[in-house]
Write a protein that binds this ligand. Structure first.
Ligand code: S3P
Length: 179
């Protein structure tokens, strides 16, 4: 699917707790790229936190904001983009991201993701009596999109630094940059 692609950026996709933001920051520093996080862009644009957007506009309102951000990203260059966990699974978002980015998915099992997010309360979709069940259900629904990434990086039993190293290596190999 390289036809029609102009790879100038690196986009990280993956479930909540997969490490996109921490890994993305390190990868950006190593590549000398700018770092952007779609949740931060949305929050800055509307002047509300993500939980507040979900409360006031519902999930549908949040997804609409993600649609606008996906379009805004199209003229970026030399940027590492960390996306919200659901973003690549809606509309044509993944296809649009692939036009300008190498898309890398960070992967972990539902149980590992749960261990990583269980003490956080800023993710509205996981504020439920059975967050692990919710993670399993959403991960199963989203897996077909996540698997369409150009590169899938396993994060289980690996430090953020190790995962970032794999991502940088994949990017350099793909765009033919020397290590
Ligand atoms: C969401 C993931 C969150 C944020 C929002 C919805 C999702 O981002 O976009 O709470 O649908 O998986 P992170 O993946 O950065 O936690």
């Amino acid at each position: 699917m390289r036809v029609g692609r102009d790879i100038r950026n690196l986009t990280l996709i993956g479930f909540m707790g997969s490490g996109k933001t921490s890994v993305g920051r390190l990868v950006a520093a190593q590549l000398g790229f700018e770092f952007l996080d779609t949740d931060d862009m949305i929050a800055a644009e509307v002047g509300m936190s993500i939980p507040e957007i979900f409360r006031r506009e519902g999930e549908a309102g949040f997804r609409q904001l993600e649609r606008q951000i996906v379009r805004k990203l199209e003229d970026r260059c030399q940027t590492v983009i960390s996306t919200g966990g659901g973003l690549p699974t809606y509309d044509d978002h993944l296809e649009r991201l692939k036009r300008h980015s190498l898309v890398v998915c960070l992967w972990a099992s539902a149980e590992t993701l749960y261990q990583r997010v269980r003490h956080h309360d800023h993710r509205p979709l996981l504020q439920t009596p059975d967050p692990l069940g919710r993670i399993r259900q959403l991960l199963a629904q989203r897996e077909p999109w996540y698997r369409q990434a150009d590169v899938l990086v396993q994060t289980e039993q690996r430090s953020i630094r190790e995962v970032a190293g794999h991502v940088v290596h994949a990017f350099r190999a793909y765009v033919h940059l020397p290590d």
